[in-house]
Design a protein around this ligand. Structure first.
Ligand code: SAH
Ligand code: SF4
Length: 401
């Protein structure tokens, strides 16, 4: 089988010019919030009250904010807590413990987030861009190109919306007391091509309440194709988030095709940057590797990857091989279980830990690389609850077949 991709995608490293989404409290740090409130003619301490409502009570409804004077409350909320995400469609699977939501943004752009509940842990997978300019040929998001960068608040809002859904008991398969514990930047987009907004999001998520969402930075993973200068800058931010490097091939000849940005920052440079990230943060790096049948899943490639990682030290990295989620129309498919095992064994032989990752959300195109934000027209009028129920029943039917 030829390994060349069907279309050689063009790289788009920076986003096209676009109108900015409305300003939101989550775009601002505590000092800027006070200034913004003062600029609206209100007492600066109201900024903290608004932050408590948003990050602690997950509310943007002026009716609940009885500690704010009734006169002017609506105005403050309209100015600092505009709704940035409108649900277009929600789909659930895995017994209601995985939910994908398609969001419409202020300018009509569509993005997706996925909530995955496990015993003792709830992970939200967020989008950092509408579309993606990196053009990886095996990824659904990469096929449509980049529409625009998301703002900090548009990313934070995906997490808050998930937390709200949990708190309101809207998820059929999840206890109401469950809380968001992890955030992974593995939805649409290349987070490090939108670094300023993503770094501000990391701060907002990790800051203690009420200034931020109060999540442990250790529970956050930023996944990147390896934009080396941006990886180095992230390492210096003082935020101990986990870095995931989407490698997918240990040799430049193949990675140039699977991850076109490799033409700019080849395997050795990406791995060196990953190792520097570990040195700077002490956080073990994850290497993401989508196993594609007869393309990158040969045991010799597992062996080469093991050697390249071990050459850079011990205990600094682990590998997440994940069977490819084939995208519609792709002639590539997932590796056979035997090849998967042989690949993992080749890594383990070098003392490199490798765990095959959980692939939640396949049935609803919510798994890694499947997010394309195609919103079927028929879904627009359906309430979330109806679509959850529909999707759960559909999932159960398929599992039973
Ligand atoms: N742009 C970033 C983050 C979003 S993609 C990145 O590429 O790292 C999140 C993860 O999904 C990446 O590891 C990506 O390589 C992987 N992925 C993309 N398409 C996939 C597919 N079809 N099957 C399995 N994983 C895929
Ligand atoms: Fe973009 Fe990541 Fe998809 Fe590549 S794999 S196109 S970087 S979202």
């Amino acid at each position: 089988m030829s390994t060349s991709p069907p279309v050689r995608a063009r790289l788009q490293l920076s986003a096209p010019a676009s109108t900015k989404p409305p300003r939101h409290l989550a775009d601002l740090d505590a000092a800027a919030r006070r200034e913004a409130v003062a600029g609206l003619g209100d007492k600066p301490f109201r900024a903290r009250q608004l932050s408590v409502h948003y990050f602690d009570h997950l509310s943007d409804d002026p009716a609940t904010m009885t500690d704010l004077p009734a006169a002017g409350r609506e105005r403050l909320v309209a100015a600092l807590l505009p709704r940035l995400l409108t649900p277009e469609r929600s789909l659930a699977c895995d017994g209601g413990s995985t939910v994908k939501t398609v969001w419409r943004l202020f300018d009509g752009a569509l993005v997706e987030s996925v909530l995955m509940a496990y015993p003792g842990r709830v992970t939200v997978c967020v989008s950092s861009q509408a579309g993606c300019g990196m053009g990886c040929p095996f990824c659904a998001t990469g096929q449509a190109g980049l529409t625009r960068n998301l703002s900090t608040a548009e990313i934070v809002e995906q997490v808050i919306a998930a937390a709200r859904g949990l708190a309101r008991g809207e998820l059929p398969g999840v206890r109401r007391t469950a809380a968001v514990s992890n955030v992974v930047f593995m939805g649409m987009g290349e987070p490090l091509a939108n670094s300023p907004a993503v770094v501000a999001t990391l701060r907002r998520l990790a800051e203690a309440r009420p200034d931020g969402f109060g999540l442990s930075a250790r529970g956050i993973t930023v996944s990147t194709v390896g934009l080396v200068p941006a990886v180095d800058r992230l390492a210096q931010e003082g935020l101990p988030v986990t870095l995931a490097l989407s490698l997918h091939a240990p040799d430049d000849a193949l990675r140039d095709e699977l991850v076109p940005v490799n033409n700019r920052w080849p395997v050795a440079e990406a791995l060196d940057a990953a190792r520097r990230y570990f040195d700077a943060t002490g956080r073990r790096v994850s290497i993401e590797y989508a196993l594609i049948r007869d393309v990158n899943d040969q045991a010799w490639r597992g062996d080469l990857l093991g050697r390249e990682l071990r050459r850079r030290g011990k205990g600094w990295v682990h590998v997440n091989p994940i069977p490819l989620n084939p995208t519609p129309g792709s002639r590539w498919t997932a590796s056979a279980p035997g090849a998967r095992q042989a690949f993992v064994a080749a890594l383990v032989a070098h003392g490199v830990p490798a765990t095959v990752r959980d692939t939640r959300g396949r049935e609803i195109d919510g798994a890694c690389g499947q997010l394309a934000a195609a919103a079927p027209a028929a879904a627009t009028a359906a309430s979330s609850r109806d679509t959850f129920a529909e999707a759960s029943a559909d999932g159960a039917r398929r599992r039973a077949q």
